[in-house]
Design a protein around this ligand. Structure first.
Ligand code: FES
Ligand code: FE
Length: 426
């Protein structure tokens, strides 16, 4: 209660011990930690905004949340994607209230100022009369938001001096290439959204590291015969790179679960080592720090193994509430039949109505409830993240990073919370 920011940081330093596998429950529930997180993490790092294929044509736009604030992401008439703070520069009205659309210019609903989708103010009702022709149009363009893209993924930040974007992704690009950049990919449909009473980090943490829960939480996958046995999720590799990013790679896979006719495309987009991994891939689950996760998984649809690829955002709304936003991605040049079946396999499994999605959300909600500190002492309890600490990283691997040849470890979570703590202290 009533701790200063400096005291909160010192308390974190003294109680969060990622390398020891000690993570206190209060970081999931304390409103002061949540506020500090907003400032030190969400206003500082790169955050996911959307996919280039969502706005394929000039004039297309989407409005998205960036660290709790609305931004317009628009493909301008010159084909260039730009992002703007969704606020009229006259008196601050939210300029655009639609989720998506196509507009060459935006007119403010309050007094009718009009802006081009490249940001310039171009129209003010009766301006010659009411401003005497003295209004400085040039100074009143929309406030631009810094964005960068990688393999179709658009990231943004409000930080004036952000970390170099390429350095931020770092070695993790190698894995991201396979997950979302193995060839030209496109988002199908609008993202699906749902709100759950969960702390946002629980989702990010689950995807960065937790293959272990699959055996129990998703035990029905094995019982339904969709995988050969309950320990299938142990086999493979867990990898993390710098800046908290990490993934779990299920392999080998006797079957090739991607469209075979696209093999030449995959080979053109990937290095031989990346292609080898992809050809052997059963699934791939990971998190880009802080809150973008991805999942490449395989399901049998009508007798054939079909992969589906999704990216998802764990968007904080409150300390104990988040919106989960899921984008379904598919190979642009796959057949219509493949695209359809891949989407079916997503809808069936890890979409909001999927048979496994709710396994996780129920767990996330209950962890959040138990951490909430309604029981006064519960918030001082700690979680145990020591799994796999006895293991030694493997030396020879196809890709970069710290690699363990067993997915049942919490090494990625320890790395994730280390980076989180470093940012909180900065
Ligand atoms: Fe937008 Fe006045 S607030 S035109
Ligand atoms: Fe799960």
């Amino acid at each position: 209660d009533d701790m200063t920011r400096g005291e909160i940081v010192r308390y974190l330093e003294n109680t969060v011990e990622p390398e020891e596998g000690i993570i206190p429950a209060y970081i999931m529930s304390d409103p002061a930690v949540y506020d500090l997180e907003h400032e030190k993490v969400f206003l500082k790092t790169w955050l996911f905004l959307g996919h280039e294929s969502e706005i394929p044509n000039n004039g297309d736009f989407v409005t998205r949340d960036l660290a709790g604030y609305s931004v317009i992401v628009s493909r301008n008439q010159d084909g260039v994607i730009r992002a703007f703070y969704n606020m009229c520069t006259h008196r601050g009205m939210k300029l655009c209230r639609a989720d998506k659309g196509n507009k060459a210019r935006f007119t403010c609903p309050y007094h009718g100022f009009t802006f081009k989708n490249s940001g310039e103010l171009i129209g003010v009702p009766m301006q010659k009369d009411i401003y005497g022709g003295k209004l400085d149009f040039e100074a009143m363009g929309l406030h631009q938001v810094t964005i960068e893209t990688y393999k179709g993924l658009i990231f943004g930040t409000f930080n004036d001096t952000p970390q170099d974007f390429s350095e931020f992704l770092g070695d993790f690009k190698w894995y991201l290439d396979i997950a979302v950049g193995r060839t030209d990919m496109e988002v199908v449909g609008p993202p699906q959204k749902f709100i759950i009473n969960s702390q946002w980090k629980i989702g990010a943490d689950n995807f960065v590291s937790d293959s272990y829960h699959t055996m129990v939480t998703h035990g029905s996958i094995a019982k339904l015969g969709m995988v050969p046995n309950a320990t299938y999720s142990k086999k493979g590799y867990q990898v993390h790179t710098e800046n908290g990013h990490g993934c779990n790679i299920g392999m080998p896979n006797p079957d090739f679960a991607f469209p075979e006719e696209l093999i030449p495309e995959y080979k053109a987009h990937l290095s031989p080592q990346q292609f080898d991994m992809m050809a052997d891939l059963k699934n791939m689950i990971g998190t880009i720090f802080p809150n973008l996760s991805f999942l490449v998984s395989h399901t049998e649809v009508k007798g054939k193994l079909i992969s589906n690829t999704t990216v998802r955002l764990w968007r904080p709304i409150a300390v104990d509430k988040m919106e989960v936003i899921t984008w379904f991605l598919v190979e642009k040049n796959a057949s219509e039949d493949w695209k359809h079946r891949s989407r079916e396999s997503y809808i069936l499994t890890f979409s909001p109505s999927g048979i496994f999605e709710q396994d996780d959300t129920e767990v996330f909600t209950d962890i959040t409830g138990a951490a909430s500190g309604h029981v006064p002492f519960a918030k001082n309890y700690t979680y145990n993240y020591t799994m796999g600490k006895h293991r030694v990283p493997v030396k020879d691997f196809l890709g970069p990073g710290i690699v363990y040849d067993d997915k049942f470890t919490e090494a990625n979570s320890r790395s994730y919370y280390r980076y989180w703590l470093d940012l909180m202290k900065a």
